[in-house]
Design a protein around this ligand. Structure first.
Ligand code: FEO
Ligand code: CA
Ligand code: CA
Ligand code: CA
Length: 571
């Protein structure tokens, strides 16, 4: 109730200290429990997770995927669902040979293809806490094999055609699913980020052209071996296949048999998330970051307006993509990407979106991660996580990365959060004003200057590499980190990754949670009654940092549920 919400100040908690413990640390009076971890069976014919045997590919097909990242909550027919991204695979403790850090068998490779994508689960609160509802008709796995409709301007274009799909209208699967979004009509948006590393080729004479290079394609990928079992992933054999990933995919969690739709109108890049708002006049606006050093910040505006009975496919297929250009004086403008401004066709703009952005002179950014729109006012936040080559090297596509504007530091190791206010409070307007909400830094190591961070950073709340930014229903901004956890040198005193709560009006920031070792914090949702906050703990134990989270054995990416012990509304 309103009274209850007013009686409890979510911002009133005692901040937690930085630490390097291998567990979750919360303020006094808050409790957590694991909700679902990599490998938990979603159906009763699946196998209970066994840390000694681990899963084979067949068992993974029936189980929650790895590396949970972005997620959203849905209430469907009074039942609570979470749609959760499974971004990639944490090779430590994943393969059938538990000691191995690379796939050794065809079944290992198959298992990685089944461990990525999206998991949709029904959840329920019981006396024993929150639980996954096994065998729910809504439970669904979407993997690297799930057929998807290609929609929008790029559908059917020559660059989208392959031997397996000569019409260029149906792609198989999604992976590298990073951030997420939710539409007002109740569907889920999953965003393909580091898709490039899943392609490779043994053909050393295959030429990686500039268009492939701009997207990071290379002879050697991340070591998944997918090209060894499926020609789709062999660059030399199927050079157009990478043009079919790097999109935002729309999924309807209320219809478990529905075919996901790749929305090419929203552009192709290393999509972080898709923050959707409705502009004053009803046009649909989607803000999106491209998480790569020196890449851009994007906005999509639908041609038509969202209203009851609107044609959703039209709204998601017909619109204009723009890129942000920031000026030193605190002003900014969205530059439209059209055939006129770029000399490219609409389809090409949607496939080679980065190249289009370069043509109009967009501002190169310090790795734009999540974007979050304030529900209480027309104001938008984006975390710029870090950029070790700012001021030193051009990005992969060749754009220079000068120091200044919203990217004020060379070799930026700590990151910042930029915010902008659209002109006239209109998200569809072409102009905006911007400022930095927080410049992360280390005031323990640097007494003053830009490396010490902005005025709202002190030794009690310092952090590096902001990543997830999420507004709750009370208009507070949650900031999640994915950074350096050495706790030494430039990062001394920062401890493990963390989640902080910020007051957008005052700029005040307090540390709410510290994550276990080697994990980043990614994924944010709250229950229907707003008394439980679901938070993603991704890849505990990554990069050889030893972790046994959450069950004292093999480290497992996990969604946790956080509550106040007295059951207050916390989100
Ligand atoms: Fe998957 Fe940019 O984080
Ligand atoms: Ca991640
Ligand atoms: Ca991220
Ligand atoms: Ca990140």
């Amino acid at each position: 109730t309103k009274t209850e919400a007013a009686a409890f100040d979510v911002f009133g908690f005692e901040p937690v200290e930085a630490n390097v413990k291998d567990t979750i640390t919360l303020p006094k009076d808050y409790q957590w429990q694991p909700l679902v971890s990599w490998g938990d069976p979603m159906w009763s014919q699946g196998k209970a997770f066994d840390a000694d045997k681990l899963l084979d590919c067949a068992a993974q097909k029936l189980a929650f995927g790895d590396n949970n990242d972005g997620m959203k909550h849905f209430t469907v027919q009074g039942r609570e669902l979470l749609a959760i991204n499974n971004e990639y695979v944490n090779f430590a403790g994943f393969f059938s040979n538990r000691k191995s850090t690379a796939p050794e068998t065809v079944d290992d490779i198959c298992k990685t293809m089944e461990a990525v994508g999206v998991s949709i689960i029904e959840i329920q609160e019981t006396e024993a806490g929150w639980q996954l509802v096994k065998d729910s008709p809504f439970n669904r796995r979407i993997t690297a094999q799930t057929p998807m409709e290609i929609t929008g301007p790029a559908r059917g274009h020559a660059l989208m055609q392959t031997k397996q799909d000569p019409l260029g209208v149906e792609a198989l699967g999604t992976w590298a699913n990073c951030g997420s979004g939710k539409t007002p009509w109740g569907t889920y948006l999953t965003c393909e980020e580091n898709f490039n590393g899943f392609y490779a080729t043994e053909a050393t004479d295959f030429e990686i052209n500039d268009d492939l290079k701009r997207y990071g394609l290379a002879h050697k990928g991340y070591g998944y071996g997918w090209h060894e079992v499926d020609v789709r992933f062999d660059l030399a054999q199927t050079p157009n296949e990478p043009n079919r990933s790097g999109y935002v995919v729309e999924i309807d969690p209320s219809k478990p048999n529905s075919k996901p739709k790749k929305r090419t109108a929203l552009g192709r890049f290393k999509h972080e998330n898709a923050e959707m708002v409705i502009a004053k006049n009803g046009q649909l606006v989607v803000y999106m970051g491209d998480d790569e050093r020196g890449e851009f910040l994007y906005r999509y505006v639908s041609q038509n307006s969202y209203k009851a009975g609107a044609d959703i496919d039209d709204l998601m297929e017909n619109g204009t993509l723009s890129v942000a250009k920031f000026a030193e004086d605190g002003s900014g403008v969205w530059l439209p990407l059209t055939p006129d401004t770029t000399g490219m066709s609409l389809a090409e703009i949607c496939i080679h979106t980065r190249q289009a952005g370069s043509k109009v002179g967009a501002t190169t950014m310090d790795r734009p991660e999540w974007v979050a729109a304030n529900p209480n006012k027309a104001e938008v936040y984006c975390s710029l996580t870090n950029n070790k080559i700012r001021g030193l090297e051009p990005n992969k596509g060749g754009d220079e990365q000068s120091v200044g504007g919203p990217n004020p530091r060379a070799a930026n190791k700590y990151g910042q959060v930029v915010r902008w206010i659209p002109e006239d409070g209109d998200h569809a307007a072409d102009k905006f004003a911007w400022n930095l909400f927080v410049l992360a830094g280390n005031p323990q190591v640097h007494a003053s200057g830009l490396e010490a961070g902005s005025a709202n950073v002190d030794v009690s709340n310092m952090f590096n590499s902001p990543d997830g930014v999420h507004f709750d229903s009370q208009g507070k901004l949650w900031i999640q980190t994915d950074g350096k956890t050495s706790n030494q040198g430039e990062f001394a005193g920062m401890g493990n990754n963390q989640m902080l709560l910020a007051n957008p009006q005052t700029g005040e920031i307090k540390r709410f949670m510290v994550a276990p070792k080697g994990a980043e914090v990614s994924g944010f949702a709250f229950s229907h009654d707003r008394k439980t906050l679901f938070v993603g703990i991704q890849h505990p134990g990554e990069w050889g940092i030893e972790s046994t989270f959450p069950y004292g054995d093999v480290p497992r990416s996990t969604v946790i549920a956080i509550r106040h012990k007295d059951g207050h509304l916390i989100a």
